[in-house]
Design a binder for this molecule. Structure first.
Ligand SMILES: *[C@@H]1O[C@H](CO)[C@@H](O)[C@H](O)[C@H]1NC(C)=O
Ligand SMILES: *[C@@H]1O[C@H](CO)[C@@H](O)[C@H](O)[C@H]1NC(C)=O
Ligand SMILES: *[C@@H]1O[C@H](CO)[C@@H](O)[C@H](O)[C@H]1NC(C)=O
Ligand SMILES: *[C@@H]1O[C@H](CO)[C@@H](O)[C@H](O)[C@H]1NC(C)=O
Ligand SMILES: *[C@@H]1O[C@H](CO)[C@@H](O)[C@H](O)[C@H]1NC(C)=O
Length: 218
């Protein structure tokens, strides 16, 4: 009886843990800077808010988005390279680890919203290289730690589009797909095999049981 009660408590604990894990890892859209958005005030030479404080108070998972509510006076640079991040410029950056998201407008002061998916686990860096790096030096820069969470949803299960890459076609030339979680196609094959084996085991079990039953009946 005592061990039964303990088993029930363990089951309850597992259920609660599963429920909390689900809540903690649902995909989230994080509006960068909250209500302040992603802005630099050139008159006062300050960022609209403290982005490092903002980032420190959030949990980021694969499949989440950073939503930059901004204007063309700022830029959105995503990098996986700490040297590039610390330098506040993309002048020496590699195309393979640093990406610029822009609205494509050459005009200043055009408002725009940029959605950046989080597709790589680990440390990700963000900054604006506007005003020749002054924006970044004066606070338009932050780093985040991206956790695994639920892993990438199928819609994002590919690397972010790097600039200046050959269009796919020649398999040897396409960018490597090394995102965690494997390809959905492989997963489907695996689970199809599982169902198949399960069905076969079930009919075996059913056959043996009915054989036993007919013995007992006799
Ligand atoms: C999060 O942002 C992405 C990209 O803009 C969008 O497709 C998605 O619907 C948003 N999700 C929520 C819950 O707002
Ligand atoms: C803003 O700060 C930078 C240094 O980070 C300085 O070079 C520049 O002169 C400042 N500009 C104004 C308008 O104060
Ligand atoms: C983090 O966010 C929560 C909820 O918005 C707030 O209560 C808390 O003061 C924030 N902590 C920091 C360090 O900003
Ligand atoms: C945006 O940049 C332009 C050109 O530097 C400047 O005239 C304008 O005042 C800036 N807008 C804001 C809101 O800082
Ligand atoms: C990071 O970027 C710098 C240029 O900013 C480059 O020299 C360096 O090789 C890069 N580091 C890695 C690990 O790719």
């Amino acid at each position: 009886m005592a061990s039964n009660a303990r088993l029930n408590l363990t089951l309850l604990g597992l259920l609660i843990a599963a429920a909390t894990a689900n809540v903690a890892t649902a995909y989230t859209n994080h509006t960068v800077g909250g209500d302040a958005g992603w802005f630099f005030h050139s008159k006062t030479n300050t960022s609209a808010t403290n982005y490092k404080f903002w980032a420190a108070n959030q949990t980021f998972n694969l499949g989440d988005y950073l939503i930059f509510r901004t204007s063309t006076n700022q830029t959105v640079i995503q990098s996986y390279n700490e040297t590039t991040y610390q330098s506040c410029t993309t002048d020496d950056a590699l195309d393979t680890d640093t990406f610029q998201y822009d609205g494509g407008s050459p005009e200043f002061d055009q408002s725009l919203t940029i959605a950046v998916p989080l597709t790589i686990e680990g440390v990700n860096y963000y900054f604006s290289d506007g005003d020749d790096g002054v924006q970044c030096q004066r606070g338009m820069a932050f780093e985040i730690l991206v956790r695994h969470g639920n892993g990438l949803p199928p819609s994002l299960n590919q690397p972010p589009p790097p600039p200046y890459v050959e269009p796919p076609g020649d398999p040897a030339q396409s960018p490597p797909v090394t995102i965690n979680g494997g390809s959905p196609a492989l997963n489907n094959k695996a689970s199809a095999g599982g169902i198949d084996t399960g069905a076969r085991l079930y009919s075996l079990f059913f056959g043996v049981t009915s054989l036993l039953m007919s013995f007992i009946m006799c």
